[in-house]
Design a protein around this ligand. Structure first.
Ligand SMILES: NC(=O)C1=CN([C@@H]2O[C@H](COP(=O)(O)OP(=O)(O)OC[C@H]3O[C@@H](n4cnc5c(N)ncnc54)[C@H](O)[C@@H]3O)[C@@H](O)[C@H]2O)C=CC1
Ligand SMILES: O=C(O)C(=O)COP(=O)(O)O
Length: 531
């Protein structure tokens, strides 16, 4: 499949994709209409921070399965739109953490000891020894905004260099902070106490412009700001002014609100603002890590396997996946059968798990059952967007589990209802992976869910089964298997036929013309034959 790579990633990642048999196309400086054309037949897209993955781009990518972000920050990807389009977004949250932490430490020293400024002057032939009186980090307080993966690595390193740690992060436990030797406080206290303030949050509506004039005033003279997280968290004009007028001592920035940083940025004119062009993740090791990890995730997604770091898709533990996998298709089929048999307007879907499957993480199986239920919709529904499609349509989804199962070791049931009537379809796996539909609307059946199915509700009268067989045969529809279930002798019965081909409407009409047959329904279970 085609995997489009729009930002440079390490060769190891490109190689991994090729080894998996994918057609890797690199398009580093392509934008606009040209990029939309390039993505049209792509199944995978790999980006870093340089590509804006917008709704417009996603809309131009009907075959896209996954956007892999070879790095951490996903603020350049419209995840919401990706979910709507059923596209997985996955990042590589581990591989460049140490690189980003080391760069942060380097930037702290660069600012505190004016290394870039002194270096530039010496290169110009000037021995400016007397102009620089730096600040030691030893015995100073490090204020950390965002004590996540990078923040914690920075904390450990700078703590080892003699700094006290004070962190603002409303989403971290006291226990974790204690393990790091960090005190937790509100932002104001951190600003009041810190000598160095380092930012390690993602860019979100909550963190946008988190640090402005008032916060820099609180940090005060002698304070340094380091930002290797995301531009936009600090108000750049306010920061440039605060360093320029001595409100704070200096700043070191790796990231900017607009990248590449425009020539006319006020930051560029301020002597004590140190800048690097978004180099935090740019080490050989980090790039190899994130490129291979992203390639693995793209390969998994294109193989319909679980994507470890998916940000918008149900997650499954890799070791549990083989146990869960066969139920994914079974639940989708049960959902497809249930919705096609149901004659009302679905306003709720219930997925029940009984037996050993109830011990597993089944989020992806439930999403798959919904995918089956929504199959007749025009929109492209998959396990990424199925829960959202349900929510948007006001369809209640419930999942229930019981360790008790009847005769089967495990059973998955999909119930669709309009609040009054419902249809329940239950499936199981024989011999571990052989899917069977074992109950339809209360009738015990045994049907192989494959291809084409005819479900007839008839009276248990002599000759009915023969008639159905003859009518199907006369119309060249071959019967692969059949199961007849009845309530009582002579009472209502439900007969399920597994067929080798589609049943034309005229044949359905012909069957329903017989007064012994109340209802005959053709169900398409093949992907290609969905009505
Ligand atoms: N300069 C570069 O090249 C690199 C930059 N990054 C950036 O560094 C940042 C941090 O990355 P990770 O540590 O991996 O993320 P993370 O998700 O592990 O940690 C982020 C932390 O911020 C906290 N947080 C979220 N909202 C907050 C708020 N409003 N106030 C205070 N704390 C808040 C979270 O609770 C979490 O602990 C990201 O923006 C990432 O994109 C990461 C790698 C390289
Ligand atoms: O991983 C991140 O969040 C980064 O900021 C690294 O960005 P990059 O992959 O170097 O464009």
């Amino acid at each position: 499949m085609k995997v489009l790579v729009t930002d440079p990633i390490a060769d190891a990642g490109l190689e991994r994709l090729r080894e998996a048999g994918h057609d890797v196309v690199t398009a580093y400086d392509v934008e606009g209409a040209e990029l939309r054309e390039e993505i049209r037949d792509a199944a995978g897209l790999v980006v870093r921070s340089g590509t804006e993955v917008t709704e417009e781009l996603l809309a131009a990518a009907p075959n896209l399965v996954i956007v892999g972000r070879a790095g951490i920050g996903v603020d350049n990807i419209d995840i919401d739109a990706a979910t709507d389009h059923g596209v997985i977004v996955a990042n590589a949250p581990e591989g460049n953490v140490r690189a980003a932490a080391e760069h942060t430490v380097a930037m702290a020293f660069a600012a505190a000891r004016s290394i870039p400024q002194a270096h530039a002057r010496l290169k110009d032939g000037e021995w400016a020894k007397g102009d620089y009186l730096g600040t030691e980090v030893n015995n100073k307080t490090l204020g950390i905004v965002g004590l996540g993966r990078v923040g914690q690595e920075v904390a450990k390193r700078l703590n080892a260099l003699g700094m006290d740690l004070l962190a603002f992060d409303p989403y971290i436990s006291q226990e974790r902070a204690d393990q790091l030797g960090a005190d937790l406080a509100d932002l104001e206290t951190v600003l009041d106490e810190a000598d160095f303030l380092t930012i390690h949050t993602p860019l979100t509506p909550e963190t946008e412009d988190l640090i402005g004039t008032a916060e820099l005033e609180r940090l005060g003279a002698g304070g340094y700001v380091i930002n290797c997280a995301r531009g936009g968290i600090i108000d750049e004009a306010a920061l440039a002014a605060a360093v320029e007028d001595g409100t704070i001592a200096g700043a070191a920035l790796d990231v900017f609100a607009v990248e590449p940083l425009p020539d006319d940025s006020p930051l560029l004119g301020v002597e004590d603002v140190v800048v690097t062009p978004h180099l935090g993740a740019s080490t050989e090791a980090a790039q190899e890590n994130v490129a291979t990890s992203t390639a693995e995730q793209v390969i998994a997604a294109l193989n319909e396997e679980p994507v470890l770091n998916a940000l918008n898709a149900p997650s499954v533990d890799k070791s549990a996946f083989p146990r869960v996998r066969p139920y994914i298709e079974l639940a989708e089929t049960a959902g497809r059968i249930a919705v096609q048999l149901f004659e009302g307007r679905v306003n709720a879907v219930e997925v029940e798990y009984a037996g050993t499957i109830a011990d597993e993480e089944v989020e992806i199986v439930t999403a798959s059952a919904l995918k089956g239920v929504f199959r007749p919709l025009e929109v492209h529904v998959n396990t990424v967007n199925a829960p959202r499609v349900a929510e948007e349509r006001g369809i209640d989804v419930t999942e229930s589990k019981t360790s008790q199962s009847d005769v089967f070791q495990s059973r998955v049931s999909v119930v669709v209802t309009d609040g009054e009537d419902d249809i329940r379809v239950c499936g199981t796996l024989f011999a571990g992976d052989d899917p069977r539909i074992v109950q339809i609307d209360g009738y015990r059946v045994d049907a192989i869910p494959h291809g084409h199915m005819l479900v007839a509700r008839n009276y248990d009268k002599p000759g009915v089964i023969g008639l159905i067989g003859t009518v199907l045969g006369d119309n060249e529809v071959n019967i692969a298997g059949m199961f007849n279930a009845r309530e009582t002798i002579g009472g209502e019965a439900l007969t399920v036929y597994s067929l080798d081909s589609e049943v034309p409407d005229a044949v359905i009409d012909r069957l329903e013309d017989d007064e012994r047959i109340m209802r005959a329904q053709y169900l398409a279970l093949n992907n290609h034959t969905n009505p």
